[in-house]
Design a protein around this ligand. Structure first.
Ligand SMILES: [Mn+2]
Length: 563
């Protein structure tokens, strides 16, 4: 069936706007039933981790472990991570375990300072031992901490790992229990759960076993972590995330409610975009600039007034983060231009002295995007370089780092994003070996420029109605591989044009008898010339969004390009 006919029948059979059907077809729905499954995710997409045919490896042992911990009355500590997934995973476990009578303490790593870097360290284990912790539960981290977990075990600790990262390739850590769908022996089909997702599966299964009722109230935390970690939206992840998004504004947790109220003002609902661009950066900021604890305290906070004070604190961290990020991005991009000019290597390894380690991940993403090269950004302090790496399509950092792992003090990560540390003197060798490896891998395959989101769905402005805006929600969650749709239309009349401070354009647009639409083009003051040259008849790529101002909701076109 051709695309137009397929879109017709999807629109008709599912009773959705034709434009939504065209987006579904453009995104690979080859049949009405696939489109149906995509639009109506249901509880049936949620898998049973105790299913005898495809169980989650370690789930039975995990239930035994936690009940043993409870019965022992010994201290249990949750060791999480400083990003949204690790924070929400820790909050979910802390709250969930308290419901079955375990008063767990928690500990988050810090990106820098004592025992810095990724995940668990023997220093942290010693600190826990001094506090008489006998049970250690890690979340969103642990699967590569073989030595540290061996150390904890040698001191008599009981250890369980909840993680979703790939194993190191050098064997699994000697924990008592390991829940990670990415381990070789795990038959659980959803390999794309994130840390808070696996935590939810664990708590949900535990609640069922203990007759505790539903763990659904935790799905808002699952949505936040799943979106922020940019994992693939498998059917199970989509159900958990959509269900969680719809719970955010009425979350059971005062800190989460206050977070949404403050960041999203009067938003009619919370979408994936809101989580990625408004909530996650704020929540990640303290962990980037300092200790991440205040962000977790917000998720665990049970008092609105206290939540408000915590949010003030988070905002300060976020402002500082923005400034630091801008300064270091400029330095890193200048570094590449000065050193290589037009002759870029296949892999960029950019190093600087005492760059703030909390933002090098964001800077690496910026460098990778600017030069269309897999990029690692290193910050050197006292002879040790700490690095964060981001890929471009076709490049796998996990594979690349595995090849040169003999150079590292620590390393870990995924295809798209990874981190490592090494001695300063080894940086030139690393640069050379990565370049050679990339050449062997047919680097041309990942040197091709790829536009971030090149999708352009043809649409008419007449189709952009409140019904369409509501129907767009059926395509949630947006983010990662399911970006917010970008539409394209020609012969648009510019009715009004105003340049705003900061180089933005504010427009009023219409098209052959359509209503007038308010539109905004951020940072596109240069396009004024095009608009004049075209005698105010232009083509635009845009995202239709709800704009809420002074309590009134209206549709606004977010212009992506003008031609
Ligand atoms: Mn994670």
């Amino acid at each position: 069936m051709n695309a137009e006919l397929l879109a017709n029948s999807i629109a008709h059979k599912l009773s959705i706007p034709h434009l939504i059907a065209r987006i579904l077809v453009a995104r690979g729905c080859e049949s009405v039933s696939k489109a149906y499954a995509r639009v109506h995710s249901t509880r049936e997409d949620v898998l049973n981790p105790l299913d005898s045919k495809q169980p989650m490896c370690g789930m039975d042992a995990a239930l035994d472990w936690i009940l043993q911990a409870k019965n022992s009355g010994e201290k249990l500590c949750i060791f999480g991570d400083y990003d949204m997934d690790g924070l929400t995973g820790t909050a979910l476990l802390k709250r969930g375990l308290s419901e079955i009578g375990i008063d767990a303490s928690w500990h988050l790593p810090c990106r820098f300072g004592m025992g810095s870097g990724y995940g668990l360290s023997t220093d942290v284990v010693d600190q826990m031992l001094a506090e008489n912790v006998r049970y250690l539960l890690t979340v969103d981290t642990g699967i590569t901490a073989n030595a540290e977990i061996e150390y904890a075990k040698s001191k008599g600790m009981r250890v369980m790992i909840i993680d979703h990262h790939e194993p190191s390739g050098d064997g699994l850590p000697p924990s008592d229990v390991l829940l990670d769908p990415c381990q070789d022996d795990c038959l659980y089909p959803n390999k794309s759960l994130c840390g808070v997702g696996v935590s939810y599966k664990f708590i949900d299964t535990l609640f069922q076993k203990e007759g505790k009722g539903s763990a659904d109230k935790y799905l808002d935390l699952v949505a936040l972590g799943t979106l922020a970690d940019l994992v693939e939206m498998t059917p199970e992840n989509r159900y958990l995330t959509c269900s969680g998004l719809s719970r955010l504004l009425t979350s059971a947790w005062p800190g989460v409610r206050e977070l949404c109220r403050r960041q999203l003002e009067n938003a009619p609902y919370v979408g994936g975009q809101d989580v990625l661009f408004r909530i996650a950066p704020l929540m990640n900021a303290p962990g980037r600039m300092d200790k991440p604890d205040v962000a977790l305290e917000l998720l665990l906070c049970d008092d609105a007034a206290k939540a408000s004070a915590l949010l003030d604190n988070l905002s300060k961290y976020n402002d500082l983060r923005k400034k630091t990020e801008a300064d270091i991005s400029k330095a890193a991009i200048d570094w590449v231009n000065d050193r290589y000019g037009e002759k870029l290597p296949h892999v960029l390894v950019v190093d600087g002295k005492s760059w703030h380690p909390g933002v090098i991940g964001i800077v690496a993403a910026k460098v990778a995007q600017t030069f269309n090269r897999p990029s690692a950004v290193l910050t050197v302090e006292n002879g040790i370089a700490q690095a964060s790496a981001r890929a471009i399509p076709g490049f796998n950092w996990h594979k690349a780092l595995f090849e040169v792992r003999d150079l590292f003090l620590r390393w870990g990560g995924h295809a798209n994003a990874a981190g490592f540390s090494l001695k300063e003197e080894d940086i030139p060798v690393l640069r050379e070996r990565l370049q050679r490896w990339a050449e062997d891998q047919n680097a041309a395959a990942f040197g091709e420029p790829v536009e971030e989101n090149s999708e352009r769905i043809p649409a008419a402005l007449n189709e952009i109605t409140p019904d369409l805006m509501n129907a767009l929600q059926n395509l949630e969650p947006f983010g990662g591989k399911n970006p917010y749709p970008i539409l394209f239309t020609e012969n648009v009349q510019v009715e009004k044009l105003r340049e705003l401070r900061g180089g933005h354009l504010q427009l009023k647009l219409s098209q052959s008898g359509s209503p007038q639409f308010a539109a905004i083009a951020f940072g596109m003051a240069n396009a004024k010339k095009i608009i004049e040259a075209k005698h105010k008849k232009i083509s635009i790529a845009f995202e239709p969004v709800w704009n809420v101002f002074a309590g009134r909701k209206s549709i606004q076109l977010l212009i992506k390009s003008i031609s």
